[in-house]
Write a protein that binds this ligand. Structure first.
Ligand code: ADP
Ligand code: MG
Length: 345
């Protein structure tokens, strides 16, 4: 009998490594291949940055509480976020869809209204895609293409020992927004007459349904401060998981300061209402689409005076591991629990 290995034995990243290990790069124009937020293609002096993502119904979104317009918007945002994470500027997207006959023209129009709003906000052009049918559900595959300057492009592997760890915005809110939406869905399913109680959860629900990529950092704040991070990644799977990627790629460890992890007081309160630890939501919740990056210590002043950037730790030698320094003064190993998407068939 031939061997059958469950993909969960390898995990998402183990699987990607396993499947792609025999693929070298043949073309000199393939400047950066697998392993970062985006690939880089180099033609002469021109550097093109490219990233692609799939969103699958029932895995990445639930149409019971996700308006199609928001879904269109978010599908573009999650892709341009990977381009920004390279310190590059997105310019084009392609949008490919597979959908069942459950979706009407009007429904798809709504989705495209969201795509349009995101394209307008991020100043990107829709330049192509593909359209096909599926037996069940809708699948969205978007590719974002951007431009970067060689001296400015920022990789996951560029951090150095002693570099300062920084994060933008605030974390954990999108995950909590999802908890509220899931809770209201369950209530609705058990008693359909009941109106959803979204209460004062507008911020966290907005973070889940209509996230925003940090265009402002890349096109405005960083260039104005003359700041080029030494390494960078966007936070799609939770701070802990992304920090593991930065550390692994850069061959380093890190000390993360709990006190430096930005969590809004109202978000903290919502976490407690859900009997969840706020720091766990920030570390292991996903979909914040903020940026995690490192800067060289001499750039500390540049970071200090920029809005919405928080210093949250330091890169250390690999032997020191990846640790969390809690507000209570304890130091323990950080666990990376990003999202796992391999469900049962
Ligand atoms: P992100 O979370 O930033 O979108 P991923 O974790 O999806 O990044 O991907 C990590 C790296 O692996 C990227 O370089 C991506 O292009 C690559 N990758 C992911 N899936 C595949 C695949 N099926 N085949 C080849 N490369 C892949
Ligand atoms: Mg990414």
């Amino acid at each position: 009998m031939s061997k059958r290995t469950d993909v969960n034995e390898l995990g998402e990243f183990g699987l990607i490594e396993h499947l792609t290990k025999d693929f070298g790069l043949k073309n000199p124009s393939s400047f950066k291949g697998i392993g970062d937020d985006a690939a880089i293609i180099r033609n002469g002096d021109k550097l093109t940055v490219i990233s692609t993502d799939i969103l699958a119904e029932g895995i990445h979104f639930d149409l019971m509480y996700t308006p199609l317009k928001h879904l269109g918007y978010k599908s573009v945002v999650v892709n341009v976020s990977d381009i920004y994470a390279m310190n590059a500027i997105p310019k084009q997207v392609t949008v490919s869809l597979a959908f069942s006959n459950r979706f009407s023209v009007e429904a798809l129009e709504e989705f495209y209204q969201g795509v349009k709003a995101a394209c307008d906000f991020h100043n990107v052009d829709l330049v192509g895609g593909d359209t096909t049918s599926s037996l069940k559900g809708i699948f969205i595959s978007i590719t974002a293409i951007g431009e970067g300057e060689k001296e400015k492009l920022t990789y996951r592997n560029g951090a150095k020992e002693g570099d300062i760890l920084c994060v933008t915005g605030d974390l954990g809110a999108a995950f909590l927004g999802l908890q509220v939406l899931e809770r209201e869905k369950q209530i609705y399913l058990s008693s359909p007459g009941v109106q959803p109680d979204l209460g004062s959860n507008e911020y966290i629900i907005g973070r889940q349904l209509k996230p925003e990529a940090r265009k402002d950092m890349i096109t405005d704040f960083f260039p104005k401060a003359n700041l080029i991070p030494t390494s960078m990644i966007d936070i799609s799977d939770g701070l802990a998981s992304e920090l593991f990627h930065l550390c692994k790629s850069s061959g380093l460890g890190a000390i993360l300061e709990e006190s430096g992890v930005p969590i809004r007081p109202d978000v903290e309160e919502q976490a407690i209402n859900f009997k969840l630890d706020p720091i766990t939501c920030a570390l292991s919740g996903g979909e914040d689409y903020e940026l995690l990056f490192t800067v060289t210590p001499s750039d500390l002043d540049k970071v200090k005076y920029l809005p919405d950037i928080y210093i949250c730790g330091e890169m250390v030698k690999a032997e020191e591991g990846i640790k969390l320094h809690t507000k209570g003064g304890n130091i323990h190993p950080l666990k990376a629990q990003g999202w796992v998407h391999f469900g049962n068939d």
